[in-house]
Write a protein that binds this ligand. Structure first.
Ligand SMILES: [Zn+2]
Length: 232
């Protein structure tokens, strides 16, 4: 019989498909509820496509993140300030006006501790750093070269009373693209969005069953939207 690897984090990583993680990302958008059900797939698929294309184009030209930064003259700053507040929301940032990427050292350290808690050794400081940097590099390229993902995709209409119609872009599509870019460029076996969930688990904020419940919910939603589409 084959030996089954029982490290519990595996199921959380393996079930985190690109579609599932992209759905999770989309649900965090402020305008998620305004997206028509039959357009969910459109936002997921198109954002994934942009992330993959951008990665392939970059891989044609560059072998590493360092090469990209050097060629494009992007400054990367490691912010080692000891912040008092919970920093994990701020892992990296691309500062458009100053043309630099800031990566927060404290966040990486906390993430590393959380992953170690779960026995995930390959998510060490250096690898986490590279994933965050790749994510921010995608945002850099969006703003300088390829355009923001959410501006390339349709906006969603919000109908109000009367003749006034408003539409909003789905900002989170940029993060779907950034995660896919990082995955493809760094040749990762997992979608980097899963790092958020592993972090919550590793720090004890949620447990494995809660995460699996959430995955099931995402799966259900994806199925419903898929059915909406094929039924027209
Ligand atoms: Zn982002």
């Amino acid at each position: 019989m084959e030996r089954v690897d029982t490290l519990p984090y595996r199921i959380i990583m393996e079930r985190a498909s690109d579609r599932l993680m992209s759905m999770a990302e989309l649900m965090e958008d402020h305008s998620f509820k305004k997206i028509p059900k039959d357009k969910i797939d459109y936002f997921i698929d198109e954002s994934i496509k942009i992330g993959i294309e951008t990665a392939i184009n970059s891989m044609d030209k560059y072998k590493s993140l360092e090469e990209i930064c050097e060629d494009k003259k992007i400054k990367v700053e490691l912010d080692t300030t000891e912040y008092d507040f919970e920093m994990v929301k701020f892992r990296g940032k691309y500062k458009e006006e100053r043309e630099k990427i800031i990566i927060y050292d404290g966040s990486i350290k906390r993430m590393e501790i959380a992953y170690r808690e779960l026995g995930i050794r390959f998510l060490n400081y250096n690898n986490i750093y590279r994933i965050l940097l790749a994510h921010e590099l995608f945002h850099y390229m969006e703003s300088k070269e390829i355009g923001n993902t959410y501006e390339k995709l349709d906006e969603v209409n919000v109908f109000r009373l009367g003749p006034i119609k408003k539409s909003y872009p789905i900002i989170k599509t940029s993060d779907i693209g950034a995660n896919i870019f990082a995955k493809k460029f760094l040749n990762l076996s997992f979608n980097p969005k899963v790092l958020n969930y592993l972090y919550l688990w590793g720090t004890g904020i949620v447990d494995k069953n809660k995460l699996l419940d959430y995955y099931n919910e995402l799966d259900e939603r994806l199925k419903v939207y898929y059915l909406t589409n094929i039924e027209g």
